[in-house]
Design a protein around this ligand. Structure first.
Ligand SMILES: NC(=O)c1ccc[n+]([C@@H]2O[C@H](COP(=O)([O-])OP(=O)(O)OC[C@H]3O[C@@H](n4cnc5c(N)ncnc54)[C@H](O)[C@@H]3O)[C@@H](O)[C@H]2O)c1
Length: 334
């Protein structure tokens, strides 16, 4: 099946596509509701579709993944797309929300820290009128993932990209891990992440495609003594990414993970302060000791990592799935 977009001599209100189909298919989804084109298209047909605004048109094919055409000439624009980001009040979630918002996306931002979330949403909205909304929720609570996706759909009417970012860290040696700490880490980092992915994927399947990016950690492939439950939970995130990619590929949904290196965020600062105190060293020399083993010889910041998340959601990455993108300055070893 081949779908080509024609630009020459086509009125601005129309999208003209040549559709060469081996089987009957129909344009099933558009990112703006009310723009559906339900008529079947047949072999070697040129179709004109009238669109008000639409980011992507998808042609589902039974037994195969959808073929999608991006309507934006700028492939890094997210105009007309909805992005859901968890843990959006600060750190990487905030940077990702801003990176998508700057590129025209509507952003649904989730966090349990209501005060900080409201501040962050207001800050983003002030950046040239980005369309964004805050959803205050503890993603680990029963039913929260489904409610978050429903709330996003109610507010924006679509969901194209999920950034599964919220997580909690825990610094403890294997012999000190408690059952309650283990449960807390897994409830947020694994269970909530999985059910958010599942709820979002159901919506994306109906829409004919989507992008899911899970945030992992280089720690899963390192030999660490102090991050037992945290690194184990992120290893589960890597596996969820692979099995989700295998299950959801036929529906045009890509699923990838990113593994940020040592990022300067509130989470990292808390960890560094507690590690430095436990070792009896001052914070500055502790941080220095944690850059000498990074090939790039510096920590990263959330804005640098957010660019990788955005890339995985662009048209340029349309055939990238089941992958993990390490944005770690070369820190990790495979
Ligand atoms: N900071 C690093 O160096 C580093 C390194 C590797 C991976 N990561 C990963 O990057 C992601 C972001 O980390 P960060 O450093 O920005 O963290 P952060 O702690 O600075 O921010 C996380 C945000 O998630 C929110 N959150 C936590 N639990 C929640 C819950 N149950 N429900 C809703 N919101 C919740 C917090 O309120 C906070 O706003 C995480 O998945 C983390 O594991 C971070």
């Amino acid at each position: 099946m081949l779908v080509t977009r024609h630009l020459d001599g086509v009125p601005a209100s129309l999208v003209r596509l040549s559709v060469q189909l081996g089987v009957d298919a129909c344009v099933s989804s558009c990112n703006t509701s009310g723009n559906l084109y339900p008529d079947p298209t047949t072999v070697n047909k040129i179709v004109d579709i009238r669109l008000v605004s639409c980011a992507r048109i998808c042609f589902p094919r039974s037994g195969f993944s959808s073929i999608c055409i991006d309507m934006n000439s700028d492939s890094s624009s997210f105009k007309g797309q909805t992005v859901l980001v968890t843990g959006a009040a600060q750190g990487l979630g905030k940077a990702s929300s801003f990176a998508f918002g700057r590129r025209g996306a509507r952003v649904a931002m989730v966090d349990l820290n209501e005060l900080l979330l409201n501040e962050t949403v207001a800050e983003l909205r002030n950046q040239g009128g980005v369309e964004c909304t805050g959803i205050v929720a503890n993603i680990a609570e029963a039913g929260a993932p489904q409610a978050i996706v429903e709330s996003t759909m109610k507010h924006f009417g679509s969901l194209n990209v999920l950034v599964n970012n919220a997580a909690v860290s825990s610094v403890e040696a294997l012999l000190d891990v408690t059952e309650s700490e283990w449960d807390k880490v897994f409830a947020v980092n694994v269970k909530a992440l999985f059910f958010l992915l599942q709820a979002a994927a159901r919506v994306m399947k109906t829409a004919g495609g989507g992008r899911i990016i899970n945030v992992s950690s280089p720690g899963t492939r390192m030999t660490l003594t102090n991050y037992t439950s945290y690194a184990t939970s992120k290893a589960a995130v890597d596996y969820i990414t692979r099995t989700a990619a295998a299950n959801l590929g036929p529906y045009g949904i890509t699923v990838n993970a990113i593994a940020p290196g040592r990022m300067d965020t509130p989470m990292q600062r808390i960890t560094e302060e507690s590690n430095a105190a436990a070792m009896g060293v001052d914070l500055k020399s502790y941080i220095q000791s944690r850059t000498v083993d990074i090939p790039m010889r510096r920590r990263t910041d959330p804005e640098e990592v957010a660019e990788g998340i955005v890339w995985l959601a662009t048209q340029a990455a349309s055939y990238v799935t089941a992958n993990r993108l390490n944005i770690s300055g070369g820190l990790e070893i495979d």
